[in-house]
Design a protein around this ligand. Structure first.
Ligand SMILES: Nc1ncnc2c1ncn2[C@@H]1O[C@H](COP(=O)(O)OP(=O)(O)OP(=O)(O)O)[C@@H](O)[C@H]1O
Length: 461
């Protein structure tokens, strides 16, 4: 997934998928003649040549638009819908009313009023963030941080499962601070961006300018937002560099906000001094939204997308899709695409049809292989190591968790599980299972982690 594709790059990728899907003849008639103009918010503007415009648009509205939305989603992670601008024969644009606000990408990018390279998504604001019991604490602290950065809650670390709004909330802090302080220097980077910037600065062969530029970029900020710091697990060099960046910024009372998919103590091979630095600030978690919050999120999406969907339909989708907010948004946009592009009514029946499709896609068979892969990835270990006799503590933990999940999620017997885990005997499988079972009963965090892993395993994520 990339946020940084421009409209031409995205069009190239999506039209390639459409070519494979539709075949050369349909592609030549209905896709090839179109030209991308730009992306405005969640609309992809396409120029349609005058002569065959109506026929082409009809074809899009019955078949191609849905596919476009899906392929564009795969590339960007966003839901972008196509909108058409007809051109007359002399090639002048005739804008339809719905598209008159659309501008080429280059111009729309200039709407960002402050430091252009902050890397913030303007849609990730507090206004667009729905508050519920699973996130109200994190949200309240985020507001305080945005209003008084570098003061009380520094650093601020938000942690929680996949797709629950960590990035959104972190960027809302940046967007609010930027709005209130247009000259503030703010940078959003994923932990991977930070690592890449750092290694690129080193790769320049000891060029002191490159190193100085890296340091200047990160150490002269007013606010640094770093996403997914679990990515640094077991990477001591980048941890060292971040430690220095962290010290430089906090010493100057500059704000640091971070996200992670787990509590810092659960990040394998994270240096103790970083852990203790993180503890100087505040940590809050985001939990899965309850049904009320899920329906409120759907209502929010409805308003943002200018739709009018009956309450019972929103309620049904909200009750049925309980994985995470990203999946919920996915369900909403699938529904939206059906009513916009396939002329389906916004009814319970249409909602049921998309829910059936979602469930059909979800039915991944739970196998021990799948469990081992998901758990190994979570603990940043290899499956082979997990099956081996090595006894390093993170590895043992990963092995025990995978055994516990295999016992609870499959019908395999203890000897069968033993065999799948490097020919262990059934008593050590039973021991591993009991150990984790006890922890699940005692520790809320362990229980949540097991639930999240089980969900990933089932969802085939
Ligand atoms: N409380 C909320 N209100 C409105 N939208 C939300 C909320 N929480 C999450 N979202 C939306 O759900 C999607 C996923 O959120 P986000 O990317 O912030 O998740 P994340 O926790 O950072 O996930 P990951 O661990 O995969 O990075 C985004 O489009 C975001 O806007």
């Amino acid at each position: 997934m990339s946020d940084n594709l421009n409209s031409t790059e995205l069009w190239d990728k999506v039209s390639f998928s459409l070519y494979q899907d539709l075949g050369a003849i349909s592609f030549g008639s209905f896709v090839d003649p179109l030209t991308p103009v730009g992306i405005e918010s969640n609309r992809f503007i396409l120029k349609v040549p005058g002569e065959f415009a109506d026929k082409i648009i009809d074809q899009w509205n019955t078949e191609i638009a849905m596919k476009f939305v899906e392929y564009a989603n795969k590339e960007t992670g966003k839901f972008i819908r196509p909108e058409f601008q007809k051109t007359d024969d002399s090639n002048n644009l005739q804008e339809s009313p719905a598209t008159s606000a659309a501008k080429p990408l280059e111009e729309s990018e200039q709407h960002i009023p402050f430091s252009q390279d902050a890397g913030l998504n303007p849609d990730f604001t507090f206004d667009h963030f729905v508050i519920g019991s699973g996130n109200e604490n994190a949200r309240a602290i985020a507001q305080a941080v945005a209003e008084g950065p570098g003061k009380v809650y520094n650093p601020y670390l938000i942690y929680g499962g996949v797709g629950l709004g960590k990035t959104h909330l972190m960027q809302a802090i940046g967007n609010k601070y930027a709005k209130d302080n247009p000259n503030a220097r703010i940078k959003y980077a994923t932990a991977e961006d930070f690592l890449n910037d750092f290694t690129n600065s080193l790769r320049k062969g000891g060029d002191t300018n490159a190193t100085a530029l890296f340091k200047k970029t990160y150490r002269s900020l007013d606010m640094l937002l770093v996403d997914d710091i679990q990515f640094w697990a077991g990477k001591p060099q980048v941890q060292e560099e971040f430690f220095n960046t962290f010290n430089a910024l906090t010493k100057a009372n500059k704000q640091i906000v971070m996200t992670s998919d787990r509590y810092p103590n659960d990040i394998p091979d994270l240096q103790d001094r970083l852990k203790s630095r993180f503890e100087q600030g505040i940590t809050s978690d985001i939990q899965k939204p309850d049904v009320q919050t899920r329906v409120a999120i759907l209502r929010n999406l409805q308003d943002q997308n200018d739709l009018d969907i009956p309450n019972d339909v929103l309620q049904l989708i909200g009750e049925s899709v309980d994985d995470n907010v990203r999946t919920l948004e996915g369900a909403f946009h699938k529904f939206e695409a059906k009513i916009r592009f396939m002329n389906k009514p916004a009814t319970i029946e249409t909602a049921k049809s998309i829910l059936d499709e979602i469930n059909a896609n979800k039915k991944t068979v739970v196998t021990v292989d799948r469990i081992q892969q998901v758990v190994a990835a979570y603990y940043m270990q290899t499956v082979d190591d997990m099956k081996s006799s090595r006894r390093q503590s993170d590895l043992v933990m990963a092995r025990h968790v995978a055994i516990y999940l295999t016992r609870t999620m499959t019908d395999m017997s203890l000897p069968q599980i033993g065999h799948a885990f490097g020919d262990r005997d059934h008593s050590s499988i039973s021991h591993a299972f009991t150990k984790i079972e006890e922890q699940v009963e005692k520790e809320a965090r362990m229980k949540e982690m097991i639930q999240a892993l089980a969900e990933d395993i089932r969802n085939g994520q």
